[in-house]
Design a protein around this ligand. Structure first.
Ligand code: AHR
Length: 483
């Protein structure tokens, strides 16, 4: 058992943890939207509310989903929003990531935006810059956002929605360096300038997201926009991790996943440096990590991009949350890919069966940090390290406006328990939750939906007014301390 001290530095705040960094992503890909979220109102025996499956709806209401991105992904650059409004919904080819299906467009703009209201999520719409036009995207923005009396707002009203939704976040394309049109960075920047200029005229308050990639592309697009920075609010980047299979991975794969998810931080820092080198404080442009998560080798097109989601992936998600907190001054939003069934999903379904993955529970464990002030958190555990020499225990903490302080801990070690002393979080009461299992391979399923679920964390007091707790190997925990 290893002794580790965690010191919360309430005197060293980092910044506010935007609710937007705890976002989710719903793409019309495989069984994410259709089947995972939406079963429609016809020909289904699955309980639903207006077409939305009830089990998933209830689960998403209990998990923080402050932001939801839709309808893609690669799907967005084929999507024509008019197909998904009104009573006549044409069946089109639904295309993304090599899957081509019949798409009846039953889940469209009204359904999606009303779902966001229901689950308390801010919507984030991804526009079509692959097969669409600036006019088409301007029209979608006008349809959603204008309060003036126009042909499009009349149409919105006749489709049942009087008030505009005022959607703030608009992606101008998706992965346009690849599936979204195979643009060069120069071509894309040129087109982006045109699209975003027109969109600004429709709704000057909308926040526009430019499609980024890695350093070279990001440098080119930002430099191309340097005299038009008012057109850029966020730079979209994506990060997927692979480290051995999702099921039956070994020790090496486990540690590889820990290391790979941690590499997200230098990537965010490098992206922030490129943005800053162009903006030089003239305009706040944030980073939108609007797709992130584990993409296991099992999640192939033939498998509808589905994978088992073990405890290991919840630990990888928790490592990412720590990064989000440390980088909260440059990271403005983030979306786990994807919210149901596809890739690193917090909820999974099979027919009428439904279960939450360990990652779902990780989101709930970290929810006290949402909207709070991230605090510097020092971990002193020099003797408790992973095989690569990096710390075995890591931590993040935040102060909420009600005076409480939340501290989340990750024991990254595969087989060693951590005994933790916690200082700098004064209070008289503490509660704690722990997510653990015998093995990081443990996962939930239709037959064992609660194999991995949070339990109470035992917390003790120490003589110096601090707290103590024991964190089993490959586990995550959150303590909340209040007066
Ligand atoms: O999330 C799956 C796919 O990954 C998205 O459609 C695309 O943007 C990315 O390549």
């Amino acid at each position: 058992m290893s002794e580790t001290t965690v010191v919360v530095r309430a005197d060293l705040p980092i910044g506010t943890i935007s609710p937007r960094v705890y976002g989710q992503f719903a793409e019309h890909l495989g069984r994410c939207c259709y089947d995972g979220l939406w079963v429609g109102t016809k020909n289904t025996s699955i309980a639903h509310s207006g077409g939305w499956r009830t089990d998933v709806l209830q689960a998403l209401k209990k998990m923080p989903v402050p932001l939801l991105r839709w309808p893609g992904g690669c799907y967005a650059d084929h999507y024509h929003w008019r197909d998904g409004i009104g009573t006549h919904r044409p069946v089109r080819l639904g295309m993304s990531c090599g899957l081509t299906v019949e798409d009846d467009n039953a889940l469209g703009t009204h359904e999606f935006l009303d779902y966001c209201t229901e689950i308390g999520a801010e919507p984030y719409l991804a526009g079509n810059m692959g097969s669409g036009t600036p006019q088409e995207l301007c029209d979608w923005m006008e349809y959603c956002n204008t309060s003036l009396n126009t042909f499009l707002s009349d149409e919105r009203k006749s489709n049942g929605r009087n008030q505009p939704w005022n959607v703030k976040l608009w992606g101008v394309g998706n992965e346009n360096w690849g599936c979204g049109g195979n643009y060069t960075a120069e071509q894309y920047a040129h087109e982006y300038r045109r699209y975003s200029t027109m969109l600004r005229h429709v709704d000057e308050k909308a926040e526009l997201v430019i499609c980024g990639l890695t350093d070279d592309w990001n440098r080119v697009i930002m430099n191309a926009l340097k005299e038009h920075l008012f057109l850029v609010d966020h730079v979209s980047v994506h990060r997927y991790w692979a480290a051995g299979p999702a099921a039956d991975f070994g020790e090496d794969d486990y540690y590889k996943m820990i290391a790979t998810s941690a590499e997200t931080e230098p990537f965010i820092e490098a992206t922030a440096a490129i943005i800053e080198s162009v903006t030089r404080g003239r305009k706040k442009v944030g980073i939108a990590l609007d797709e992130w998560g584990v993409w296991a080798p099992e999640a192939k097109p033939e498998a509808n991009y589905e994978q088992v989601s073990p405890l290991r992936d919840a630990i990888a998600a928790a490592i990412t949350f720590e990064i989000f907190h440390r980088q909260c001054n440059v990271l403005t939003l983030a979306n786990l890919a994807q919210v149901a069934n596809v890739l690193h999903a917090p909820v999974q379904t099979s027919g009428a069966d439904f279960w939450c993955t360990p990652t779902y529970h990780a989101f709930n464990l970290y929810s006290p940090h949402i909207g709070a002030t991230a605090l510097n958190t020092i971990v002193d555990g020099t003797s408790f390290v992973l095989p690569d020499g990096t710390p075995g225990l890591s931590a993040t903490s935040s102060a909420a406006s009600n005076g409480s302080c939340a501290i989340s801990l990750i024991n990254r070690h595969l087989d060693q328990t951590a005994h933790v002393r916690l200082h700098g979080a004064p209070g008289t009461a503490s509660i704690g939750k722990l997510l653990t299992a015998q093995s990081p391979n443990a996962a939930n399923s239709a037959v064992s939906p609660n194999a991995v679920a949070p339990v109470e964390l035992e917390i003790g007091g120490d003589a110096d007014g601090g707290w103590t707790c024991t964190i089993p190997p490959h586990s995550i925990a959150t303590l909340t301390v209040s007066h």
